[in-house]
Design a protein around this ligand. Structure first.
Ligand SMILES: [Fe+2]
Ligand SMILES: [Fe+2]
Length: 271
């Protein structure tokens, strides 16, 4: 079994579905007359649908050289959708798409996710994945901000008459903004902050908040699915942000396990 192949396929299967859905959301947010932009969004939907399908044709037994080539191709597609998202952001911020319904922060957010995806593929191909103490901080800085954004999107896309839920979303937004700042503080205290006790407390604390946000998203997703609440949230978007929280939790669990393996020798993590 090849860790490079397993890891590559895992990233591609998760993120290509995400990229495909971003293209769908972008397309839905354009105005009817933006036919060229709608066409381009549809094009990316097809590109990532194809990548997602092909990723399931490969297995852990596939030749690493084949996967390396596939990674390159996907990285290129991720770069292209990233550029498209940034271009759209520019149009929105210059007020060239009045009446279009994707928030600038949402477009920036999905471009950050594309950037994360292409970086990850680059790291896998060049064999330069970060050492654990750096990965713990960087992944948290990235994902906590993603979670904070999600809470904001949910809060703004729920109908204003859903006062209780809007209030809950706002609380999550505040909670995660604070966690983002804590993560940035820990980051700026590097490398001295990278001790096992500090990192494991950091991971544990974040995990508690992400679990509770994940549960909130799951509830919202189910309520939207069953048409029990008023909102302009696409059911697929509700599921999408839920899956991203699950992804973050999966990464946090991985860090938790790696850190507990290091508990015997606390200095070991400091190279
Ligand atoms: Fe996303
Ligand atoms: Fe997201």
């Amino acid at each position: 079994m090849d860790a490079f192949v397993t890891r590559s396929l895992d990233e591609i299967r998760f993120w290509s579905r995400i990229m495909k859905e971003h293209a769908l959301f972008l397309g839905l947010g354009f105005r009817a007359e933006d036919t060229q932009l709608i066409k381009e969004a549809k094009y990316f939907q097809g590109v990532f649908e194809d990548i997602e399908r092909r990723s399931y044709d490969y297995t852990v037994e596939t030749d690493p050289a084949t996967i390396r080539q596939f990674n390159l191709e996907v990285q290129n597609a991720a770069t292209n959708i990233w550029a498209f998202k940034r271009m759209v952001l520019g149009l929105i911020l210059q007020c060239k798409l009045p009446g279009a319904t994707n928030f600038p922060l949402l477009v920036d957010h999905i471009s950050r996710e594309a950037n994360y995806f292409r970086n990850r593929l680059g790291e896998l191909n060049s064999g330069t994945l970060e050492p654990l103490p750096d990965a713990i901080i960087d992944e948290n800085v990235f994902f906590l901000r993603i979670m904070a954004d999600h809470a904001k999107f949910i809060g703004h896309l729920l109908d204003p008459s859903e006062r209780k839920l809007v209030e809950q979303a706002r609380e999550f937004s505040h909670d995660f903004d604070k966690l983002v700042f804590q993560a940035i503080d820990l980051s700026s205290m590097r490398p001295q902050s990278q001790t096992v006790p500090l990192l494991s407390q950091f991971v544990d604390e974040n995990k508690v908040s992400v679990e509770s946000l994940r549960d909130f998203k799951k509830t919202a997703r189910d309520l939207i699915e069953e048409c029990r609440i008023k909102s302009i949230i696409h059911p697929l978007l509700a599921d999408h942000v839920f899956r991203e929280a699950e992804r973050f939790l999966f990464i946090l669990d991985m860090f938790d396990r790696s850190l507990s393996g290091h508990k015997v020798n606390k200095r070991e993590i400091l190279h």
